[in-house]
Design a protein around this ligand. Structure first.
Ligand code: ATP
Length: 767
């Protein structure tokens, strides 16, 4: 039998939220796959010093780590590792412990160090042999150093990955702070200049600008034109003239002008406050280290966990010929990329900024970055850039309608769509309260349900939860297809933009099918999925699902704490999600659930019995050293019989006093208050894409629309791409209509990971 692989796990560089989730995932996955995990404490310092800074980890050592901030195995800046002598000591320590693989989570510096270590490894081994510390035979198993990198950094500064572990948590802290500042800014009609982290990378500043609807941003990669002072002042003045009472300018630490000179918050403040200019009462807020702090948001927990699992797999699959991987994410897909390339591209960004080659710097960031930059510019300088206007005959009347339950990001999507329309000369028109509102208000109050948007009002919607134009579940068939078709004709809509969940999807399908009967429906229609359940076919992500997971994870963290503080307790938590187990599964991934029950799998007596047995064992092993509570998540429709209460009662009965159990139902809290930054940013990007898709058609294209499958579509994130799919294809091939969800759940593998990392015994799903 081959010797057990010993895998070392390390965090390095600045701490970032999610690093503990990464360690937990690696430790448990390694054990699950028959390896021995070791943690290296204090980053490279631990590797160089060895001794008790390299420790073997057990399954229970990482219990509860998902909900802890920072990194529990420590991190440090290590000068010794920059020197060959330090790296030689590190090699000696690894070999002495018998460790043959290393997984590192850190920033670009840490990964550069890792790459250097790997490249130098053969010569380090040779030196250890030459100086007689190890024999050739002893060194034989260590000829090749197996390294895998993960990017843990709040700056999101590594090329090749869309997100780094921790960046969305930092963004959440920033947006929360900006939301708070906005209230006071509005009250006093003040301007605020807010400085955020990012020496070489403007991702945090850019996304915070997009998510909060800031007036102006400064980022290192894209210095504004030489006349940035005039540009900023004219945009702020324009907004003030429209009636805006607050001004928010977000500036990255590393902001520069085109000559490479630093732009400081004080310079910006002085400009806004200049009595001969705008004369605004202006304050500076530097957010500083609060941006790093706290527990990870749901997305970072997911990213850290899935990437940790992938890293262990990559280590086990590596041969001396495979490149050294960094685990990345592109849109919704975890991918392996050559570490060297990613590090080199990242360094090229810094170099390009230094050389003032800003176009190159922007092109080396991922494509989302420049797309979001354009989105930001378009939504802040609405109607100021006359070059964007389309010729009169190409301008369209576009109806906006929300369908289904409210979801985080709906308002941000409407805001971005409206801004884009106004920039292009289209007429964006609000249809209030879904199809029900559309149809009901016709007749005596024809204008009540259909109104042109007022930009000043819409501009304030970037961070608002709920649905400002109202939403309703009613389908067009229920409202009366003929009425809907007549109204579309009456209002001369050239296109329809729907935002909503499964009902909205169903509505698009009905409208398309009714085109033969009602020619007025032969207009381009597109759907931007928005529902906390994330059950819309044609996409792996719906607006609002990230907000929901954050709420759920926060709720579960609190419940878990109470469970731990009182006595041995299991909480059975009922989640929303309709007949899709996405929310329960991803929630379970974020909190480290002991079991998750989904409608896709159902619940059986055998499953319950196995889970009861498992919990008994777990609590028996605890021996009082830990009173940690346990969580089980069950989707509201997982079973007709076994609901949260019944499962809690079964557990209590079967536990015979060894532990107790309670049920908890967070209910509508899961819709969330303020939408998450991810939902807001994606709302902006996807909404603009939707209007761009619609505007390709132009006006009076009834005949073309009738035969073009792309004229009724759903936009979606699928794997590594954002795509429009014809509704005809999705409704026929991909929709499980009776269960109102996609036929195949892309997250099935994640469910397996929750079970593995929760230590759940394998079980058979009911027939
Ligand atoms: P952050 O993004 O938070 O700055 P980082 O990983 O980039 O994280 P650094 O301080 O640059 O943080 O690097 C962390 C550690 O990695 C350093 O203290 C050093 O031990 C090691 N390291 C960085 N660059 C190199 C290098 N070129 N050669 C060897 N070791 C390095």
């Amino acid at each position: 039998m081959a010797a057990k692989k010993k895998i070392a796990i390390m965090t390095s560089g600045g701490d970032s939220p999610g690093m503990n989730g990464f360690v937990r995932a690696c430790v448990r996955m390694a054990i699950h796959l028959g390896c021995d995990p070791y943690c290296i404490y204090e980053g490279y310092e631990g590797l160089v010093r060895g001794g008790n800074l390299i420790r073997k980890m057990e399954w229970h050592d990482v219990r509860g780590w998902l909900s802890e901030g920072g990194t529990l195995i420590g991190t440090a800046r290590c000068m010794a590792f920059y020197e060959r002598a330090g790296r030689l000591a590190a090699a000696r320590n690894l070999i002495s412990e018998g460790i043959d693989a290393l997984i590192i989570c850190g920033g670009d510096g840490s990964l550069t160090g890792a790459d250097r270590f790997r490249a130098e490894w053969p010569s380090l081994i040779k030196e250890l042999e030459d100086n007689g510390e190890f024999t050739a035979q002893q060194l034989e198993p260590y000829r090749h150093l197996n390294i895998v990198g993960l990017v843990g950094s709040i700056d999101n500064d590594l090329s090749g990955t869309d997100a780094t572990i921790g960046c969305y948590s930092a963004l959440a802290r920033i947006c929360h702070a900006v939301d708070l500042i906005e209230a006071t800014a509005s009250s006093h009609s003040r301007a605020f200049v807010i400085e955020v982290m990012g020496r070489h990378c403007g991702w945090l500043a850019l996304m915070a600008g997009v998510a909060t609807g800031a007036d102006f941003i400064f980022i290192p990669e894209k210095p504004r034109a030489d006349n940035w002072r005039e540009e900023m002042c004219s945009i702020v003045e324009h907004h003030r003239k429209l009636g805006k009472r607050k001004t928010i300018v977000i500036i990255a630490e590393g902001a520069l002008d085109r000559e490479g000179n630093k732009i400081t918050p004080t310079m910006v403040k002085d400009l806004l406050a200049d009595k001969n200019g705008l004369g605004l009462d202006t304050r500076i807020t530097t957010l500083g280290h609060v941006q790093r702090g706290g527990t990870a948001v749901a997305y970072d927990r997911m990213l850290a966990t899935l990437q940790g699992v992938e890293a262990v797999k990559a280590v086990l699959e590596a041969t001396p010929d495979t490149p050294t991987w960094v685990i990345a994410i592109n849109e919704n897909k975890i991918v392996r990329k050559p570490l060297m390339q990613a590090v080199q591209d990242t360094k090229r960004v810094a170099k390009a900024i230094e050389n003032q080659d800003f176009d190159l710097a922007m092109s080396l960031r991922d494509s989302e970055f420049s797309e979001q930059y354009k989105s930001f510019m378009m939504t802040t300088a609405v109607q100021l850039n006359k070059d964007l206007l389309l010729p009169e005959k190409e301008r369209m009347r576009i109806g906006f309608i929300n369908v289904g339950a409210p979801a985080g990001g709906m308002n941000a999507a409407v805001r971005a769509g409206v801004a884009y329309c106004l920039s292009r000369g289209h007429e964006p028109i609000a249809i209030y309260n879904g199809f029900a509102g559309f149809a009901r208000h016709h007749g005596d109050k024809p204008l009540g349900a259909v109104r042109n948007f007022d930009w000043l009002e819409v501009d304030g919607w970037a961070s608002k939860g709920g649905s400002e134009i109202g939403t309703n579940r009613e389908l067009p068939s229920e409202s009366g297809m003929e009425t809907v078709a007549n109204l579309i004709e009456h209002y001369q809509f050239d296109a329809l933009f729907l935002i909503g969940g499964f009902e909205a999807f169903h509505a698009v399908s009905q409208l398309r099918k009714a085109r033969d009967q009602y020619p007025s429906l032969c207009i381009p229609i597109t759907l931007l999925p928005a529902t906390i359940s994330n059950n819309v076919p044609g996409t792996e992500y719906s607006l609002g699902s990230d907000t929901c997971l954050n709420e759920l994870v926060e709720y579960c963290d609190k419940i878990k704490q109470s469970a731990s503080a009182t006595r041995r307790r299991v909480f059975v938590i009922e989640t929303q999600g309709g007949r899709s187990g996405y929310v329960a599964t991803l929630g379970g991934l974020g909190v480290g659930a002991s079991a998750v029950y989904t409608p896709e799998e159902g619940v059986s007596l055998e499953m319950l019995a196995a889970d009861v047995r498992h919990l008994k064992e777990v609590f028996a092993q605890d021996k009082g050293q830990s009173r940690a509570g346990r969580l089980i998540l069950i989707n509201e429709k997982a079973s007709k019989v076994y609901n949260a209460r019944l499962i809690a009662e079964i557990l209590r009965e079967e536990a015979h006093g060894r532990f107790e159990s309670r049920e908890a139902i967070p209910g509508h809290m899961q819709q969330g208050g303020v939408p998450s930054p991810m939902d807001r940013c994606r709302a902006v990007r996807l909404a603009i894409r939707c209007i761009q898709h619609l505007e390709q058609y132009g006006r009076n294209v009834h005949n073309r629309v009738k035969t073009d499958p792309m004229s009724a579509t759903v936009i979606g994130i699928r794997g590594a791409s954002v795509v429009f799919t014809p509704i005809t294809k999705v409704e026929e091939d991909e929709t499980d209509w009776p269960n109102r969800r996609p036929k195949s759940a892309f997250w099935t593998e994640m469910k397996e990971i929750v079970d593995i990392l929760g230590g759940r015994p394998s079980h058979t799903a009911p027939e």
